[in-house]
Design a protein around this ligand. Structure first.
Ligand SMILES: Nc1ncnc2c1ncn2[C@@H]1O[C@H](COP(=O)(O)OP(=O)(O)O)[C@@H](O)[C@H]1O
Ligand SMILES: CC(C)(COP(=O)(O)O)[C@@H](O)C(=O)NCCC(=O)O
Ligand SMILES: [K+]
Length: 244
């Protein structure tokens, strides 16, 4: 059994894979006393643990300590790579890229084997473009919904608003409307740019993942929802390492 973990800046996503497929999955907090609640099996039955994380080094070490107290199997962290299996990273300093982005792209590459766009709507929203040859063409990093909201709350003294996830992007007539509609308006603009770029580049497949994925889909993003794209890419890489 393989335990795969995607520890982002907001949440930890975990999945237990067995020979026949997914056995269990869930959410946790990387700093929690138990970051993998509801893990349904005894620690001895897990043979490998693979981790993809963009959390701080302190949080990563806390997680590894916690895992090694519970699981006797080898625990391995996976990072961004220059290339794998025809997928080529556009970063000259590939280690700088968040591991989640690389693993999501690899998960998409395994499925598509042609050009695609990955939108990962997590704490930050990342958009990555990959051409038909597997060449990563580059990407974007912008603040996620909660990050944008928080920055308005924290960094502006006189913006008081009640947050709500409206789909209305018409001009607001109160502070709350201006903020809530404004965030929807920005998300719609992002969606429009992704659609435009996919059309211009002749890239058909758009995949979306992350906690904010369903909101983007509800706002009109024409993409395939792949909630476990990071874990899929990570699990495939760990499986290759075993057979190396
Ligand atoms: N209903 C929602 N609408 C939009 N965004 C959401 C919603 N719920 C969660 N999110 C976003 O998803 C993030 C958590 O998703 P996740 O993919 O687990 O992030 P991370 O990988 O950074 O931990 C939150 O920080 C938030 O920005
Ligand atoms: C951009 C990110 C913060 C997204 O992480 P998330 O919001 O999903 O937790 C993460 O991929 C990261 O820390 N990247 C490092 C910088 C880079 O990718 O270039
Ligand atoms: K993520």
């Amino acid at each position: 059994m393989r335990l795969v973990i995607d520890a982002g800046n907001s949440r930890l996503k975990w999945r237990l894979d067995g020979a026949g497929g997914v056995l269990a999955q869930g959410l946790g907090g990387i700093e929690d006393a138990d970051p993998i609640p509801e893990l349904p099996v005894g620690a001895g039955t897990i043979s490998r643990v693979a981790v993809s994380t963009v959390a701080s080094e302190e949080k990563r070490l806390h997680l590894l300590q916690n895992l090694s107290n519970r699981v006797s199997a080898p625990i391995r962290c996976y990072w961004s790579e220059a290339c794998r299996d025809g997928l080529v990273n556009a970063y000259s300093n590939y280690q700088q890229m968040g591991a989640d982005r690389w693993h999501a792209m690899y998960g998409a590459w395994l499925d598509c084997k042609q050009g695609f766009i990955v939108v990962d709507a997590g704490s930050a929203i990342t958009v990555d473009y990959v051409g038909s040859s597997g060449q990563h063409l580059g990407g974007f990093i912008v603040p996620g919904l909660h990050m944008m909201r928080r920055s308005l709350q924290v960094d502006a003294a006189r913006i008081g608003f009640d947050a709500s996830n409206v789909s209305d992007s018409s001009p607001g007539k109160s502070t709350s409307e201006c903020v809530n509609h404004g965030l929807t308006w920005l998300s719609s603009a992002l969606i429009g740019r992704v659609h435009g770029d996919s059309k211009n580049a002749g890239v058909r497949d758009i995949l979306v993942t992350g906690g904010g994925a369903e909101r983007l889909l509800s706002l009109g993003l024409k993409a395939t929802y792949r909630p476990s794209l990071v874990l899929d890419g990570l699990a495939a890489i760990d499986a290759q390492v075993v057979t190396e």
